[in-house]
Design a protein around this ligand. Structure first.
Ligand SMILES: NC(=O)c1ccc[n+]([C@@H]2O[C@H](COP(=O)([O-])OP(=O)(O)OC[C@H]3O[C@@H](n4cnc5c(N)ncnc54)[C@H](O)[C@@H]3O)[C@@H](O)[C@H]2O)c1
Length: 251
């Protein structure tokens, strides 16, 4: 789906690679001016160079978005390009699974910080920089792990569970101000991060058991988010949009 997002200023966190990188190109192709933010300098700058080479307007922001001051500074810089921010996609995350007895304090803290704290900073940034006439939108990245108990995913699932309820809370809190808050819950897209968690065999099994007999793609995620950002979704708020072939709802 390619809605007209021309002159939409959209900041995407964790957009140096994976779902965020592909989403940045999709939204740019819809006409958006994209802010590509990532903690990784090489992938962040390479993504933006690629987008500019393709004729799109894109801006790179390197930093740890778990940090409030960094997030708000990135938002200030991006807002200075066009005078506002229309949407923020909270996509950045550390993808890591392990048995609960192996959860380390430092890694858990880092996962909670980028996964849970950054969406709070995104709300603060958008409240400062959105255009009250146009309204604005936040999209969080949920996951099937937020809806069911998958062994060995405790830290990751705790983040996604928190982000899922935060989506509902902020949808209710910010809706009256004209800011819609929704989440997408994609499943089984073999991104660089996800390939560190799951083997090829796991993906084959998931495809075989999925009601639609396949795993997810970048396009599935892009299309769902483009819809949620579009004016056609102007009455969609506080929603968790499963893009998983029906895996979460199947018995
Ligand atoms: N791939 C899937 O199947 C899947 C399924 C459900 C949800 N998700 C969610 O989608 C999002 C993207 O996942 P992905 O599979 O593309 O992962 P990925 O690991 O390939 O990409 C994540 C990006 O986030 C960046 N990042 C991590 N910590 C950061 C920080 N503190 N500040 C700034 N950037 C940071 C990384 O550098 C990386 O570029 C995540 O929120 C993930 O939980 C993915």
């Amino acid at each position: 789906m390619k809605p007209d997002l021309s002159q939409h200023y959209i900041l995407i966190t964790g957009a140096g690679r994976g779902l965020g990188q592909h989403l940045a190109e999709h939204l740019a192709a819809c006409g958006a001016i994209v802010g590509v933010a990532d903690i990784d300098t090489a992938t962040c700058t390479a993504t933006v160079a690629d987008l500019i080479a393709k004729g799109y307007e894109a801006h790179a922001y390197v930093g740890d978005l778990a940090d409030q001051a960094t997030f708000l500074q990135v938002a200030d810089d991006f807002a200075s390009k066009g005078g506002r921010i229309d949407a923020i996609i909270n996509n950045a995350m550390i993808l890591h699974y392990c048995p609960v007895e192996q959860v380390e304090d430092a890694r858990l803290t880092a996962m909670l910080a980028v996964g849970i704290k950054a969406p709070f900073w995104s709300a603060q940034a958008l409240l400062k920089h959105y255009d009250k006439e146009r309204g604005a939108s936040i999209i969080n990245m949920s996951s099937p792990v937020a809806h069911r108990g998958y062994p060995n995913t405790s830290a990751y699932s705790a983040v996604k569970g928190a982000v899922t309820v935060l989506t509902k809370v902020l949808g209710a809190e910010l809706g009256p101000k004209g800011i819609r808050v929704n989440a997408v819950s994609p499943a089984s897209v073999p991104t660089p991060g996800a390939l560190g968690l799951n083997t090829k065999e796991v993906y084959e099994k998931r495809a075989a058991s999925n009601p639609l007999r396949r795993i997810g793609t970048y396009e599935d995620n892009n299309n769902a988010i483009a819809f949620l950002l579009s004016k056609e979704a102007s009455f969609v708020n506080g929603e968790i949009f499963n893009v998983d072939g029906g895996a979460s709802s199947a018995g």
